[in-house]
Design a protein around this ligand. Structure first.
Ligand code: ANZ
Ligand code: ZN
Length: 839
């Protein structure tokens, strides 16, 4: 009797079987090749979304496939559980961040479990638990001891109403996102990690990451930002605070004859000295210091300057006195915090020059003929030759750069240098829900690391969010401790670590999780590096860079031999959905609208709805689809199948009702094939060939993460099986099909494996082997000639006998027409190649 595949019963059944058998528990001691498959762990925001489902399905297919190909697989899952949303929930909903986070984790864990992912849940971790962050504190202290952690003053965005430091993204148009107060720039003593120590190595290491997308490597390269250039000193018209020179940095010394002004950052000592004597200058500096600290804020702001009245003498033309400005677009912490502007060749300098009526000279042109062309509103930033530059004229940009650097070094007023865009990583956060920084501040001893036997420094639970500011700072008792060194009263550090620290080493803790230390070296190295890491491209820069740094830092202090954490990286596309809007512009969710012919209407109100662009699913546009009801209705396998089938994994996947229904119907079709299978006899060579090609092709596709191609091959194979009559080949093909779909549709596969009377679980079965003999093309094309001229081709099985080939050739209509009833004089046959008829 035929029955429908019933995922509601089947899914939970097999999930329980896998769990009870510990099928996906990774065994470090297993004598098999190891494979570490990891997807970026989620932030426990409350519910999983389709983006998670897609990401984790891809990793799951690879993990299950690797198991079937004889690997011991580590495929863990955990929670990136510290961060601001929990604190916001605490303020808005009056629930403790820990309670909110743990409830979300529980909800999301059960959502993930319903999808049947082959995860090793015994290694689950949440970064907000002392069992995790205590080890992080120990690692932080190790790095402190090794000189890779230090403290320095640094500017932060300060919200004077909420009395808190804001992240750059919390500053909107210069105002605090919650309070609306104008944000101030304040200096605070903060903790930094010396990522710049590794700049060269982080850059060089990219070359060896053959299994990373080029675009991600390029983004990392740009972020690290290695620039070669010249540092040199201008002589000032009068000394200021004892300094008669001003040092600038340029990457384009070839433009030196185009210099028309000099500018310093608002926090530059020269600016401060001028401001001390001049009220207007002081007001300008204060204005620059208001507003956000992010590079993007600075980049987009209007270019403003203040003329200090000082001038700087041009190094080659001392009589040229260049005005010295304080400018809002010059950053203090890059290069020397001072520049010269060459408006003909730099857009920012041009905007500035036009605004303050400074000379604009062209010193680079596409060719020497264009030397006199005026510069309009656009600076010329392209290549070409140097013009209007005395003895540099006619040189290429590169030659001119080298020439100027050589002269500066010879004459002693400058040096060729390398500057890095990469800054040390500021990890101090003035918030509660994060890893406490394990330091005590003592009046006598300064900052002292908390001794290992006093770790973890646990976050206090009894905190209050009613009053503004950092709850750790305001806590009545928590921060008061005795100095670990001298025993005098001291104060705990009340800053917590950036959550990116949590995600910089979680993959190591997954690999090895002893109680007494962060990880065991040998055990961790049995798994590391992660063979395949999968996640969103939004983490292409910071998370990956920090994890690469952290791994190198551990390597430097001898804790690990590996340097690169992720051997393979894949960034998947997003799940998208059409958007819907009412006439007033308000967004509607997909379940509030229905189709009406070619139009859309609001289900309850009947109002017309405009269907808009297909965009990434997001709460703000209400175009999300919750996975839970979809799993209820269609089952895990259909959802997984749809996530894999319709688009290449690196592209966006538009969610459609038709798509998920199609996947569901195909799952049912596969089930019918299994259910109706009968043991036949005899061979079906065509089906055998199709099967073995599918086996080989799918292995390649899965290894290349081309899941949509693998799915397409399953479709073809299913078609071929459906068409074939009963035979031993067909029976074998159905059994093999079940193994082939096991990574993608694991519940159906287990149920089918059992229904076919196979033993054990399909999850433990071996990936089928392709027979090489059946992979070669065994149809050959035979050329048929008449008197040496090609008249037709026929196809035949390889190895067809001479007599059969002769008959085939003579049977061709074209040849019969050629012969026109005559009898051939002679027929020459070259097996597998040609038949030549002499007429
Ligand atoms: C003169 C010049 C002429 C420049 C020209 C550029 C183009 P990258 O390549 O990113 O390293 N600069 C240097 N220090 C700065 C600071 N602290 N804040 C803002 N801008 C700064 O950028 C180096 C270039 O950025 C330098 O080269 C300098 O302007 C500017 F046609 O010098 B250039
Ligand atoms: Zn002390």
């Amino acid at each position: 009797m035929m029955s429908r595949f019933n995922p509601q019963a089947v899914d939970t059944r097999w999930q329980k079987v896998w769990e009870e058998a510990g099928t996906f528990t990774a065994d470090t001691a297993a004598p098999k090749p190891k494979s570490y498959v990891l997807e970026m762990f989620p932030y426990p925001s409350g519910r999983i979304h389709m983006g998670h489902v897609r990401n984790y399905t891809m990793g799951d297919v690879l993990a299950r496939y690797r198991r079937m190909t004889g690997h011991e697989v580590l495929h863990p899952m955990g929670w990136d559980a510290f961060g601001m949303p929990a604190e916001n929930a605490a303020i808005e909903k009056k629930v403790h961040p820990g309670e909110w986070t743990r409830a979300n984790i529980a909800a999301m864990r059960s959502q993930l479990k319903r999808l049947g992912f082959a995860l090793d849940w015994t290694r689950e971790l949440a970064t907000c638990e002392p069992e995790y962050y205590g080890h992080e504190q120990a690692l932080f202290l190790d790095l402190y001891e090794a000189g890779l952690v230090y403290r320095k003053e640094s500017a932060v965005n300060w919200d004077p109403v909420d009395m808190t430091v804001l992240a750059n993204e919390q500053v909107i148009d210069g105002k605090g996102w919650r309070s609306g107060a104008t944000v101030e720039r304040r200096k605070l003593s903060q903790w930094f990690l010396k990522i710049t120590d590794f700049a060269e190595d982080l850059l060089a290491g990219l070359d060896e990451l053959d299994h990373w997308p080029d675009k991600v490597k390029l983004m990392q390269e740009n972020w690290i930002g290695k620039s070669r250039g010249l540092r040199f000193r201008f002589k000032l018209s009068e000394p200021i605070t004892g300094q008669s020179q001003l040092q600038v940095f340029t990457t384009r010394p070839d433009t030196i004859f185009g210099a028309s002004f000099v500018a310093v950052a608002a926090d530059h000592p020269l600016a401060e000295a001028v401001a001390a004597k001049d009220r207007k200058a002081a007001a300008f500096v204060a204005e620059c210091q208001a507003g956000g600290t992010s590079a993007a804020d600075i980049e987009s702001a209007e270019k403003l300057g203040f003329d200090t009245g000082l001038t700087a003498a041009h190094p080659f033309e001392p009589e040229w006195a260049l005005p010295v400005y304080i400018a809002n677009f010059v950053l203090m912490d890059y290069g020397t915090g001072a520049i010269y502007g060459a408006p003909g060749q730099d857009q920012r300098d041009l905007d500035f020059a036009r605004k303050y009526d400074l000379p604009v000279n062209r010193v680079v042109a596409p060719s020497a003929d264009e030397a006199d062309e005026a510069v309009g509103d656009e600076a010329y930033t392209g290549g070409g030759v140097i013009v209007n530059s005395r003895w540099l004229d006619g040189l290429s940009i590169e030659e001119a750069i080298a020439t100027v650097i050589a002269r500066a070094e010879e004459e002693g007023w400058g040096e060729g240098t390398t500057e890095w865009r990469l800054r040390d990583w500021g990890v101090s956060r003035q918030r509660y829900w994060g890893t406490p920084i394990p330091i005590a501040h003592c009046a006598e001893c300064g900052p002292v690391g908390v001794p290992e036997d006093q770790l973890p420094v646990v976050l206090p639970e009894d905190i209050d969010f009613e009053t503004p500011g950092n709850p750790l700072d305001r806590h009545p008792t928590w921060k008061h401790v005795d100095c670990p060194t001298c025993g005098e009263p001291a104060q705990r550090e009340t800053d917590t670590l950036d959550t990116f620290v949590n995600s910089s080493w979680y993959f190591i803790r997954f690999a090895s999780q002893p109680d007494e230390k962060p990880f065991d070296k040998a055990e961790a190295e049995a798994w590391l590096p992660v063979g395949q890491y999968i996640g969103g491209v939004e983490h292409a820069i910071l998370h990956l860079l920090y994890a690469r740094f952290w791994t190198r830092a551990l390597n430097r202090i001898g804790r690990l031999d590996v340097k690169e954490p992720f051997a393979g990286l894949f960034t998947q596309g997003m799940v998208t959905h059409e958007t819907y809007q009412l006439g007033d512009g308000s967004w509607l969710s997909p379940d509030e609208v229905r189709r009406d012919g070619d139009d859309w209407v609001h289900i309850e109100r009947g109002e017309p709805v405009t269907a808009g662009r297909i965009e990434k699913m997001s709460k703000s546009k209400k175009n999300t689809v919750d996975p839970d009801p979809i799993v209820d209705q269609y089952g895990a396998d259909a959802v997984r199948w749809f996530m894999l089938s319709d688009s290449p994994p690196e592209r966006d996947l538009p969610w459609t009702e038709a798509g998920i229904e199609g996947a569901w119907r195909f799952i049912q079709r596969l089930w019918r094939l299994v259910e109706s299978n009968e043991a036949g006899t005899g061979e079906d060579p065509d089906l055998d060939r199709k099967l073995h090609r599918t086996i080989a092709g799918m292995a390649e596709d899965i290894e290349a993460l081309s899941f949509n191609k693998a799915v397409a091959k399953i479709h073809e194979l299913a078609n071929a099986i459906e068409k074939a009559g009963a035979s031993a080949s067909r029976d074998f093909a159905v059994r093999t099909l079940v193994r082939l779909v096991a990574p993608m549709a694991p519940h159906l596969a287990e149920q089918g494996w059992e229904a076919l009377g196979e033993t054990g679980m399909v999850a433990d079965a071996a990936w089928p082997e392709a027979d090489p003999a059946l992979l070669v093309d065994d149809e050959v094309t035979i050329a048929v000639q008449v008197n040496g001229k090609l008249r037709d081709t026929v196809s035949a099985a390889k190895g067809t006998s001479k007599a059969d080939l002769e008959a085939l050739a003579l049977g061709s209509e074209k040849i019969m027409r050629q012969l026109d009833g005559g009898t051939p004089k002679k027929i020459i046959v070259v097996p597998d190649r040609l038949v030549n008829i002499v007429a």
